[in-house]
Design a binder for this molecule. Structure first.
Ligand code: GLC
Length: 478
């Protein structure tokens, strides 16, 4: 249907408010160049301190080989929910029993002691419900925040992200805080043997079955990536002698969510990104994460819809007090729902608008809402793709599997395809890649890391003069 003049000017006006989300191929290539440089800054000793992307070495230097076995506790802390899992490994067979506990906001913003006491209480209940009080259980802890690791089971929190701000934890070893809380609050016999980031857990879980997998990506509440790096490229990795030892690789937790905190990504940001940042709990921090991840995507869409309504371009009869105009009320799951409409009936979009109590909306309004969701999701997917393409090019392997987990990736109907399209455009010719869902990576991954560390510890008990094992021994004991 040809547009009338009135409609044309309306569409042109809408376009003016959203065009900032449409970035050119050149812009994405510029993002890649910058990311590559910023990653190098994080890896080099001289620039690490000032670098935004911290590129933390994780002390995980060995991937699972399928021989891991035993019973492990795993914890998964990183969003509004906290999970305790009992993982039984038997070669490639993995049995998981788990329970999810809520972390109330007052605890997310309370003291570290309250947080770790709450976690310990949940573990205590879980262990007693599973009649495991008499067992000594090794525990793998997935703690999905930026940490400077000093050993496989020693990690100091460098800063809180994703809506957490518990006092007295930054700079502390979170394993010690948990072990002390367990002693204070429970009589469980638990030994923390490994602490991992969720991206690392995801990579470990996928590498267990696919040996081409060397990158782990999280697209959930937050956004982060990890990968296997050669020690020679890791200036921040301990002393020089260790570099002669094998394996000469370590998983790097990039913490790339902080990319752009120094302003280098400003050319990709819109007025909505800046407003979201101003009202966030951590202004100026996690710039890349705020343009991609599930904690923020719905709010960006909401800010655009609010603006278009104010300009008289959307929802002519919307009530000022309708929840659509409250911060945080347009959840990212709504973006996924709107994006799943493929015809002009807008069934899901209408349900979302009804939930938000928008009255008398028109089909044209639905079309505009869908358009905004499409633009915001595409920019997020393309930025994540530019990030992955940077890593794929950097690792330069013919076949690369990328393990992905997180609610945004799992539930958004087009995220996977959008990312694949963009990565294809941006990777060097001849490099093949595959994005594959690593279901429950953080839970399984923590248990697997714990299992690998125990397997190596057992090996170390045998007389050996292998340098590699001596090094791993150092890692495990520290
Ligand atoms: C945030 C955290 C990071 C985590 C990611 C995904 O970016 O800082 O550690 O991996 O969220 O949960």
């Amino acid at each position: 249907m040809p547009a009338t003049n009135d409609q044309l000017s309306k569409y042109e006006r809408i376009e003016a408010f959203v065009k900032g989300f449409k970035l050119s191929s050149t812009a994405y290539k510029q993002v890649m160049t910058l990311l590559h440089q910023e990653m190098n800054n994080g890896l080099k000793t001289q620039s690490h301190k000032m670098a935004d992307i911290k590129m933390f070495p994780t002390f995980v230097r060995s991937l699972p080989d399928g021989s891991e076995k035993g019973e492990f506790l795993a914890l998964d802390l990183g969003g509004t929910n906290f999970r305790v899992l009992l993982v039984t490994l038997q070669g490639h067979d993995i049995d998981i029993q788990s329970k999810t506990y809520l972390i109330p906001q007052r605890i997310m913003l309370g003291t570290g002691e309250q947080l770790f006491d709450h976690i310990a209480d949940c573990i205590g209940k879980f262990v007693s419900e599973h009649n495991l009080l008499s067992h000594t259980l090794p525990l793998g802890f997935t703690f999905s925040f930026p940490c400077q690791q000093e050993g496989l089971a020693k990690a100091r929190l460098s800063q809180w992200t994703k809506g957490f701000r518990c006092e007295g934890v930054v700079g502390e070893d979170i394993c010690r805080l948990l072990q002390e809380a367990l002693l204070r609050r429970t009589n469980c016999k638990v030994e923390i043997v490994a602490v991992v980031n969720d991206a690392v857990g995801t990579l470990m879980a996928a590498a267990h079955v696919d040996h081409n997998c060397e990158i782990g990506l999280i697209l959930g509440t937050g956004c982060n990536v990890c990968y296997m790096e050669y020690l020679d490229n890791v200036g921040t990795w301990g002393n020089e002698d260790e570099k002669d030892l094998h394996p000469r690789q370590v998983i790097i937790n990039t913490e790339w969510g902080a990319f752009g905190d120094n302003g280098c990504l400003d050319f990709t940001r819109t007025e909505y990104d800046r407003e979201l940042d101003t009202f966030s709990i951590n202004p100026g921090k996690q710039v890349m994460e705020k343009m991609i991840s599930g904690m923020y995507m719905g709010e960006i869409v909401r800010l655009v819809l609010e603006r278009l309504t104010r300009e008289g371009l959307l929802f002519q009869s919307a009530d000022k007090d309708c929840p659509l105009f409250e911060r945080g009320r347009f959840y990212t799951k709504y973006v996924s729902e709107v994006e799943s409409d493929t015809d002009e009936f807008f069934r899901h979009t209408k349900l979302v608008l009804e939930e938000l109590q928008v009255v008398n909306y028109t089909t044209e309004d639905c079309k505009i809402v869908k358009y905004v969701c499409t633009l915001v999701s595409a920019r997020a997917a393309f930025l994540a793709a530019a990030g992955l393409a940077t890593l794929i090019n950097r690792l330069n392997k013919k076949d690369m599997t990328i393990a992905v987990d997180g609610s945004l990736y799992r539930f958004h109907p087009r995220f996977h395809n959008l990312m694949c399209l963009k990565i294809k455009e941006l990777v060097k010719p001849g490099l093949k890649f595959k994005l594959c869902l690593s279901h429950d990576g953080s839970g399984k991954g923590a248990a697997l890391t714990a299992a690998v560390s125990l397997r190596l510890r057992d090996l170390l008990a045998l007389p050996t003069d292998s340098n590699a094992l001596n090094l791993l021994s150092k890692d495990i004991q520290s």
